[in-house]
Design a protein around this ligand. Structure first.
Ligand code: CU
Length: 178
């Protein structure tokens, strides 16, 4: 009986002590924790969100599934773009070739792709559209990669595609110069 009274007394004392001096510190602690959580959360998300590095280095991957991993590429005005095209598949160039073609503004993508079908001898780069092309890679097959460097065109939004026959329906995107 005596023991439980002592225990009760201690608990009462602790509770009193808490409610007296504790209320202020408790609020502070909660505020701190909230602020920390708020500032930490976005910082963790940032790396995964960026589709390309801000230094103009771009890696674009296409596989046997006939898809590019990026539908949007962003670079900065005046930057030298170093673009690496990676073919992550296993199929040969003749069956599943991929390239990257960046078109000037105002070029009809569908028309370009249609004309590219007849340009097999020139890596599917139609000579008649030379002035419509800002930059392009060679056409590669599974397991290969290729890198090109070019100066980013003027600020704006441009179309890019793979000009291998039939691929541009799936393999295309926007190249944005900010
Ligand atoms: Cu392709």
């Amino acid at each position: 009986m005596k023991k439980s009274i002592v225990v009760l007394a201690s608990i009462t004392f602790l509770l009193t002590a808490c409610s007296n001096s504790g209320s202020e510190t408790k609020t502070e602690a909660t505020t701190e924790a909230t602020t920390e959580a708020a500032t930490e959360a976005p910082a963790e998300e940032t790396p995964g969100e960026a589709p390309a590095a801000t230094d103009g280095t771009v890696t674009l991957t296409g596989g046997d599934d006939m898809k590019f991993d990026l539908s949007e590429i962003k670079v900065k005005d005046g930057q030298t773009v170093k673009l690496t095209l990676v073919h992550s598949g296993k199929m040969p160039k003749t069956a599943m070739g991929h390239n990257f073609v960046l078109l000037a503004t105002g070029v009809d993508v569908a028309k370009f792709a249609t004309d590219a079908i007849n340009a097999k001898d020139n890596d599917y780069i139609p000579a008649s559209h030379k002035k419509d092309i800002i930059a392009h890679t060679k056409t590669i097959g599974g397991g290969e990669s290729t890198t090109i460097e070019f100066k980013a065109p003027a600020k704006g939004t441009y179309d890019f595609l793979c000009s291998f026959p039939g691929h541009s329906a799936m393999m295309k995107g926007k190249f944005i110069v900010e």
